[in-house]
Design a protein around this ligand. Structure first.
Ligand SMILES: *Cc1c(COP(=O)(O)O)cnc(C)c1O
Length: 364
């Protein structure tokens, strides 16, 4: 996903990524979870921000040496990004006949999600193992009823279970009763794997309560500047700034409309700025205009529909003069990712991971 400099437009959208802020978020989570180790979830190209620079900064500057990816191919890319350093890489997908060899070549630890995977790994795999027990998410992971058989299968084959993990379904709301319920089920399931480290928390679990931190936390979004909660979390620093240049200015008379579907009609004289960013770059398209950007220090609402390459902003009330080539900032230090996402009817997760390949990623 990381942009190819040959195809990134010279005057197109940019996402600036502050690697010091990334490391500050890592350190903040360490402080919040002093008794746990802090790993990093770097799946999906490090949430769209670039696997190689992100994982290198976390490893070399942040001191992070355990990483989670979703697919074995991501793990192979990560091993290369880290120059084969002795970091531990865990892969949520778990092994299949097709990927066993890749796990071995990359020296990556699989997350076992079923008895079938445990049997495969017991027969053919080597090295330590992570086991994922589903405690109520009903998505990935082995059911509680298989925990005993998985433990027995791996132990008979001499496979050490280094970590037993589960994943919280409702941690975005720390008061949700399901959190406590899953925690109790997790502690019960973990009894089958004596000696293993325990890991239940992603970003939200790590930041909500010590009771959820156990031995290892697995934050993703909080490292990248997004709140994992249903509200913003000021402890998290902004990491990414999305901005795009203004390419046209238009003065509309009352009665004139903007964009596809003519969804915005000027009721008074209106000044419109057209910005080089669109849904083709991952900025959400909504039927009714939603979201805003900062232009020359002031907030300008999106009017008209977001199209593939362009967004139109109403800059009528802006006091500072706006000219072609000025940048509009869609999120960043002046407009928190959480708030920008909410205004566009999204969450930080899908806004970041949706950022397209045409956006120039620049690392600070
Ligand atoms: C993606 C993921 C994480 C990281 O989640 P965040 O909410 O981004 O911190 C941790 N654990 C599992 C199983 C995941 O799928």
């Amino acid at each position: 996903m990381t942009v190819d400099p040959k195809t990134a437009p010279a005057h197109g959208p940019i996402v600036e990524i502050d690697l010091s802020a990334l490391c500050a978020n890592y350190a903040m989570i360490r402080d919040a979870a002093p008794e746990a180790r802090v790993s990093a979830a770097v799946k999906c190209d490090a949430y769209g921000l670039g696997l190689t620079p992100i994982s290198r900064a976390l490893f070399e500057r942040g001191g992070c040496d355990e990483f989670f990816v979703a697919y074995p191919e991501e793990g192979a890319a990560l091993r290369e990004a880290l120059n084969n350093a002795a970091a531990r890489i865990y892969c949520f997908a778990g092994p299949s006949e097709e990927t066993l060899a890749l796990y071995e070549r990359v020296q990556m630890t699989p997350v076992i999600n079923s008895l079938t995977q445990a049997e495969l790994w017991a027969k053919r795999g080597a090295g330590p193992t992570v086991v994922h027990i589903d405690t109520g998410m009903n998505r990935l992971g082995a059911p509680m009823s298989e925990a005993q058989a998985i433990a027995a299968t791996l132990s008979a084959a001499g496979r050490e279970v280094s970590i037993v993990m589960s994943h919280l379904a409702c941690a975005s709301d720390p008061t949700h009763p399901k959190n406590k319920d899953q925690r109790e089920k997790f502690v019960e399931a973990a009894r089958r794997f004596s000696g293993a480290r325990l890991s239940l928390a992603a970003s939200a679990g790590a930041l909500m309560d010590k009771a959820y931190q156990f031995d290892l936390v697995r934050p993703g979004i909080a490292l990248y500047g997004g709140s994992p909660f249903d509200a913003d979390d000021e402890r998290i620093c902004d990491v990414a700034t999305l901005k795009a240049p203004i390419v046209q200015l238009r003065d509309l008379r009352p009665g004139e409309t903007v964009g596809y579907g003519a969804t915005f009609t000027a009721t008074a004289p209106v000044r419109i700025a057209t910005v080089a960013l669109g849904y083709g770059d991952g900025y959400p398209r909504n039927d009714t205009p939603a979201g805003a950007a900062i232009v020359n220090g002031a907030l300008a609402p999106i009017v008209g529909r977001v199209s593939m390459d362009f967004i139109t902003l109403d800059i009528t009330s802006l006091k500072n003069p706006v000219k072609i080539g000025d940048y509009a900032e869609f999120f960043g230090p002046r407009l928190r990712l959480f708030k920008a996402a909410a205004a566009a009817h999204r969450v930080p997760y899908d806004l970041l991971t949706g950022l397209g390949g045409r956006i120039d990623r620049r690392y600070l």
